[in-house]
Design a protein. Structure first.
Length: 217
């Protein structure tokens, strides 16, 4: 299953998870493109540089913040993950269930697959470091100019394992170098996993990069 959504053409509210290099860059880009968008940065650090646009909420666990507050957010509210965790997976895990390792045999089905320390698998269509302002064009790599027949989120969706239910959250590009999901997607993911107990592969992917974790409840 693919959990996708169309990002709002003129976002009214964006929560950026993480105020470091990528989070601060996202805040500047969003504020320049949509000055009226209400930006809030959530970060576990005790303080954030005052120069970063938007409201700041330091000293806060991003996943716990989402869990405690998401029901008060509009479905179109943007979540911009800029922390070194798989937000969609941690989101589900914060509600119920347990983490399990992703079977290594899945690596044979995914491009550029490498294992992570916590039993996840990372995958990518690129064998190089992508530019920070990549526009993620459809069907072609912006760096090499080579054709790409299938976006990675579709590859993840169709290459699950029989003993697992596979759910992939589509991370869409909001601006060059800035990916986002909506609160509607997070709610839909949680609803889908709650439908039945069992083993799951939960992934998040853009056109070119992805991560997948194992989950059971």
């Amino acid at each position: 299953m693919l959990v996708a959504d169309r990002l709002p053409a003129k976002p009214e509210r964006a929560f950026i998870l993480g105020g470091g290099r990528f989070g601060s860059s996202a805040a500047f880009k969003i504020s320049r493109r949509w000055p009226s968008c209400r930006i809030k940065l959530i970060d576990s650090q005790p303080e954030l540089p005052a120069s970063i646009p938007g409201e700041h909420q330091p000293g806060t666990d991003a996943i716990k913040f989402l869990k405690d507050n998401y029901k008060s957010f509009s479905p179109d509210t943007l979540i911009v993950p800029c922390i070194p965790v798989h937000v969609a997976f941690k989101w589900v895990l914060s509600h119920f269930g347990f983490s399990i390792p992703v079977p290594i045999r899945l690596m044979e089905l995914l491009p550029g697959a490498v294992t992570g320390r916590d039993g996840c698998i990372y995958c990518s269509l690129s064998d190089f470091v992508c530019p920070a302002d990549c526009t993620e064009p459809e069907g072609v790599c912006s760096v090499t100019g080579k054709k790409r027949n299938e976006p990675l989120f579709k590859t993840l969706q169709k290459n699950g394992l029989k003993a697992y239910s596979t759910i992939v959250v589509r991370s869409a590009q909001l601006l060059p170098g800035v990916g986002a999901v909506t609160v509607r997607q997070l709610a839909a993911l949680l609803t889908e996993v709650r439908k039945k107990k069992g083993r799951y592969l939960i992934g998040t992917a853009s056109r070119c990069h992805g991560v997948i974790h194992g989950f059971v409840h």
